[in-house]
Ligand binder design. Sequence first.
Ligand SMILES: *Cc1c(COP(=O)(O)O)cnc(C)c1O
Length: 469
Amino acid sequence: MDSDEFKRYGYRFVDWLAEYMDGVEKYPVHQPVEPGDIKDNLPENAPLKGEPLEDVFQDFQEIILPGITHWQHPFWFAYFPANNSPPSVLAEFLTAGLGAQCMIWKTSPAAEELEEVTLEWLRKMIGLPEGMAGVIQDTASTATLVALVTAREKATSFQTNDKGFTETLIVYTSEEAHSSVAKGAKIAGYGRENIRLIPADDKFAMIPEELDRAIREDKEKGLKPACVCATVGTTSSTGVDPLDRIGPVCQEHDVWLHVDAAFAGTAAILPEKRWIMNGVEYVDSFVFNPHKWMLTNFDCSAYFVKDPDVLQRTFDIHPEYLKTGVDAVVHNYRDWGIQLGRRFRALKLWFVLRYYGVEGLQAMVREHIRLADLLKGWIEKDDRFELMAPVDFSLVCFRFNDGDRSEEELNALNKKLLECINSTGKTLLTQTTLKGKYVIRVSIGQRTTQERHVRELWELIIAETKEIS
Ligand SMILES: *Cc1c(COP(=O)(O)O)cnc(C)c1O
């Protein structure tokens, strides 16, 4: 492709994307696609001869787009958001164009140093203690795996890296923790049976006394407690584990404390939400996702550690072909996690932080929380509905409950309600169970979501209850 063609399509794609962003509301949030529908329209083999970009672009619009779920839609209320923004998208374009592979300082000094600087900005923005050092991981799942491996090495004086497991190490997390903790514990070699699920209270927060009891029991059995994974903002209901009470337990038993704040960590940029960080001085590692609620397009997960030496000792490798003269004075991020090759992710984060500023991001987060409070208010005022969890951020958990029905009936009814709402294609909501009860989640966090969208959603929910009762 010569640069004339590159420019022609480049300008066209920017025009197309700008129109898409402005007009995304005209698409259904998700489309009635059956498994195989997209594959059926794609050839079995790669083309032998190159094809005109015009044809590829046309197929993108006709075959691919109809199978895309529109995460950036203002009626997106499913899962958690993965919001992006124009400055982030533009920076990602530059990143792709530079095509730098940023595994060590030497392979792109600016990428490494910008990552250090932007993560230091983030550290201060969310109130993590001075001295914690940051690195961008692809996802929170990876960051939690990295924490679990590091905790394993710390607990065994770095012997597991050399000898493999010689004793039984235990991981503690709450029954409300994200599945990535169990997945990470499996991969890191702890074994599924060595994960203790600590009970949560009626606000879905880990009970510190139960944690303490479980650790003591394991120690009495001669097992070795290695890592506690606490959650700030659980996926089901944004429950907040009390770090200020979990921290001392970890300290007393000399156990690594990792915090998964994938979604809710962003809220700590608001002074009125800073309480979620109470006790953060006890924390050994902490992750949150700018790719969820901070306008930085996927993927960008910010991982912080109190002691970067322990992290690097866990992951470092020194093959001759990667040695450089500056290794002692720079961050070689290949030793801060699992991947060797690394994308230049700090660029989009830098663009976002500079374009919106801390105040711009605070305004967005505050608005989403305000919208969630509005919805919460409507639910509380309507006695056919029941609020199912505290609304501390921008996630609202509720169910339809119009009177004397058994729990089983309510579960079935709410499942049906969710299906009815989603089958309209107008929005997408997801579900969870809280203490065995089927619950509908409304997660607010798209850049373009306004009050009118939340109002319309509420009207839709009310209308669909007529279909089920
Ligand atoms: C979303 C989420 C994750 C997973 O995030 P990824 O970046 O997709 O791995 C982990 N923990 C919590 C609490 C989450 O909400």
